[in-house]
Design a protein around this ligand. Structure first.
Ligand code: ADP
Length: 478
């Protein structure tokens, strides 16, 4: 079995502690063994990143653009191979995984251009003879802490802007899916970046992650993960005055009005709720359906669910891959038990699926006709589980959609322009979708939410500059 090292101060550094990367479609298949950085190695990474930031922050933007472009080109050229690795370690289907890799490549290409377009401003002072210049400067060292569900795209959308705007990086990926992120680090290590500018440190969140949060040389943390860990990140950063950008959970509503095109609505629900095994923070977990078409919608969705092929992520006929691990599988099942205990009468699917290989296969579950106040409608499940909530009209639909502590993405299916525009105005979410699934976003525009879903400024697109730079106002007299 291959063993993969961490990348620290320009070198690949091994360690006696390792994490096994297990294929959730076949637990007999070990993808690789990944070194866990020691605290001393993390210290080396922080000090290298800190040293490198003195020069990288003022490096020419052409160098940054060239490195980012090279990284993007290699990712795109190896998209099928990297997608296969991703599907093998995370369990999303091969087309989904190749799509994610392609997106990571596009992100690097986008920020190669952004490196040349760092915005600034100049204007006359209110004092005659004085000029004012407003510039964006790199923060310094940034710590990037990433989750398992998008192991190449999320690191990409943090690393690429961090480097484009002149920061040095320490990346701490999720323990469950170190492979795709390692492959990305390997590509980055050959892109021409000076040593120390990019560092990869695998390891447990509670050890390596927490040390990163609490080191004064790390000026900002960009985190994607659970709400509970997000709170730890937020308080550690605010206690020492570091910048924090947090992307956490969702409990995203998809409203289906009686005037919706039924095929569009059912396909939006199917894709948004269940594709990628429901393991997306933008998944549509609450389907809020107008009474007049609720039952017909449920029947049509059940028919689609019946036809879905659940299986090995690398099998081309598979439409829904496995759940990522035993813990997540148990959590999904536990929420189905909670639903029953809370009085849900109609739970469709949800059972374990037998396959040729030992894996965490589960039939998608639809919990029909539920109240929004139930735990299954208020807590993020992060699996192929969705509910329907019956409402009498758009007023009630809006109230239910917004009755959640989360606010990442929200969708509506309707043929009424008025209803769509009202939804767009009133939805308390960072991203709103009309006649589209709540999941599935572009890479060149802002990503993020409101309320407990997000904290700090938006990720992606040119809005990422807000987090990865600080603003300096210069007054120049003559
Ligand atoms: P999930 O439940 O989806 O795994 P987590 O929030 O636990 O979400 O994990 C997201 C990332 O945060 C992972 O890289 C994980 O290692 C890291 N992490 C977990 N706990 C901590 C912590 N206490 N401090 C810093 N990072 C952490």
């Amino acid at each position: 079995m291959d063993t993969y090292s961490n990348f620290i101060a320009g070198d690949w550094v091994s360690s006696s502690d390792t994490i096994l990367n297990i294929n959730p479609s076949d637990t007999n298949d070990v993808v690789g063994e990944y070194a866990t950085a020691s605290l001393d190695q993390l210290e080396d990474a922080i000090s290298a990143a800190s040293h490198a930031s003195r020069t990288w922050g003022v490096s020419g933007v052409q160098l940054r653009a060239d490195c980012l472009d090279r990284i993007g080109s290699e990712i795109l050229a190896r998209k099928d191979e990297l997608g296969t690795l991703l599907a093998r370690e995370e369990g999303k289907t091969l087309p989904e995984a190749i799509g994610e890799v392609g997106r990571a490549g596009q992100i690097f290409k986008f920020y190669a251009g952004e490196a040349l377009r760092i915005p600034g401003m100049s204007m006359p002072s209110v004092r005659p003879g004085v000029d004012v210049e407003i510039r964006r400067e790199a923060l310094g060292v940034v710590g990037l802490i990433t989750p398992w569900n998008f192991p190449i795209a999320i690191p990409a959308w943090k690393i690429a802007p961090a480097l484009a705007y002149g920061n040095t990086v320490i990346l701490k990926p999720a323990e469950l899916t170190p492979g795709s992120t390692w492959a990305l680090a390997d590509i980055i290590s050959r892109s021409g970046l000076p040593s120390g500018v990019f560092n990869l440190v695998n390891g447990p969140g509670r050890v390596i992650g927490e040390k990163l949060l609490n080191d004064d040389r790390v000026s900002g943390i960009s985190f994607t993960g659970s709400v509970n860990t997000g709170r730890i990140v937020s308080s550690a950063c605010s206690a020492r005055g570091a910048k924090a950008q947090l992307e956490m959970g969702g409990k995203n509503p998809l409203i289906v009005l009686a005037d919706a095109d039924m095929d569009t609505a059912v396909n939006c629900a199917l894709n948004g709720a269940f594709f990628s095994t429901g393991q997306r923070c933008t998944a549509s977990s609450r389907l809020i359906v107008e009474d007049a078409i609720h039952d017909a919608f449920v029947d049509a969705l059940k028919q689609k669910l019946d036809a879905l092929v659940v299986g090995h992520a690398l099998d081309m006929s598979t439409q829904i891959g496995p759940v990522v691990d035993q813990r997540q599988f148990d959590q999904n099942q536990n929420y189905l038990t909670i639903a029953r205990e809370e009085g849900a009468q109609d739970i469709y699917g949800g059972e374990a699926v037998e396959a040729e290989t030992p894996g965490f296969f589960m039939k998608p579950a639809l919990i029909v006709d539920t109240a929004n106040s139930l735990r299954i409608n208020q807590e993020e499940i992060f699996g192929p589980v969705a509910t329907t909530i019956r409402v009498s009209d758009l007023d009630e639909a809006m109230a239910v959609a917004n009755d959640t502590r989360f606010g990442l993405s929200a969708g509506i299916c309707t043929t009424s322009l008025n209803s769509a525009r009202r939804f767009q105005r009133e939805a308390k979410a960072g991203m709103v979708m009309v006649n589209l699934p709540t999941a599935g976003v572009d890479y060149h525009v802002p990503f993020g939410g409101t309320k407990a879903s997000s904290q700090g400024s938006r990720e992606q697109g040119s809005f990422a500059a807000e987090f990865y730079t600080s603003v300096k106002t210069a007054y120049i007299g003559s």
